[in-house]
Design a protein around this ligand. Structure first.
Ligand code: PEP
Length: 256
């Protein structure tokens, strides 16, 4: 019997503010529900203050499960890598999760699947749970290559670190054509890919296949979340734009 607690993760990207953090924590006080795990991934410069805000509201949020996450980490452990942030630093500032291989990092910052696999392992080495983003471009979907692309992105991690590496991981299926476009995948399209990911991981470990959480990301909003999250293999969402509105994001947490 799978024990997949739904998760809704907020990827602020290079947006958000201290004010947004205050508004979110105010709204979370009304959630009173720990059946969903809420993960905030602000830009790293806000991690300290968000952690303190969380601490200050600990009692009021005793019924909620709110965690912190990073948006990225270096695949190096420490050293002369100007501008980078290590996994250990994320841990020190209260993170439990870190987003790995977001398509914006793959596309704009040249992160290859090989580097993504190294980051995945580094996250686990320091005790963070990686949220691995996978997803196809529009041309790949139109050429019926969706499964091939997803398999390649999963296999890059499996080849380097083995399927068991997914024992402590979350996957986010984020079709590139749905990110920030306002055009989400249909619930059927999301379910089809989520089921594929689960099947693929089950081939090597039925336990992992059944228990790994697979989030959908790409233009999730209050108006489409219920149908997406109701799919049997969709365990919640990774949310960009809609996470910048405290009311809407809290609504998504309620829906999950
Ligand atoms: C994202 O960037 O992870 C994302 C899903 O963005 P949006 O919700 O804005 O499409």
């Amino acid at each position: 019997m799978a024990l997949r607690r739904p998760m809704v993760a907020a990827n602020w990207k290079m947006d958000g503010s201290q004010q947004l953090a205050n508004e979110l924590f105010d709204k979370f006080k009304q959630l009173k529900d720990d059946s969903v795990e809420v993960v905030l991934c602000p830009p790293s410069i806000y991690l300290d203050s968000v952690q303190k805000l969380h601490e200050a509201n600990r009692e009021a949020l005793s019924d909620c499960l709110v965690r912190l996450g990073g948006q990225n980490l270096s695949h190096h452990e420490f050293g002369a890598y100007t501008g980078e942030i290590s996994g250990k630093m994320l841990k020190e500032f209260g993170c439990s999760y870190v987003i790995i291989g977001h398509s914006e990092r793959r596309r704009m910052y040249g992160e290859t699947s090989d580097i993504v696999a190294d980051k995945f392992a580094m996250a686990q080495k320091v005790g963070l749970t990686p949220i691995l983003c996978v997803g196809e471009s529009l041309p790949a979907r139109e050429a019926n290559r969706t499964f091939e692309v997803i398999a390649g992105e999963l296999d890059a991690v499996i080849k380097k670190h083995g399927t068991l590496a997914f024992d402590n991981a979350v996957i986010a299926y984020e079709p590139l054509w749905a990110i920030g476009t306002g055009k989400s995948a249909t619930p059927e399209q999301a379910q089809e890919v989520h089921a594929y990911i689960r099947r693929r991981l089950s081939e090597v470990s039925p336990y992992i296949g059944e228990n790994i959480r697979i989030l959908y990301g790409g233009s999730v909003k209050a108006s489409n979340a219920a149908d997406l999250f109701a799919q049997p293999d969709v365990d919640g969402g990774l949310v960009g734009g809609a996470s910048l509105n405290a009311s809407e994001f809290t609504t998504l947490c309620r829906i999950a």
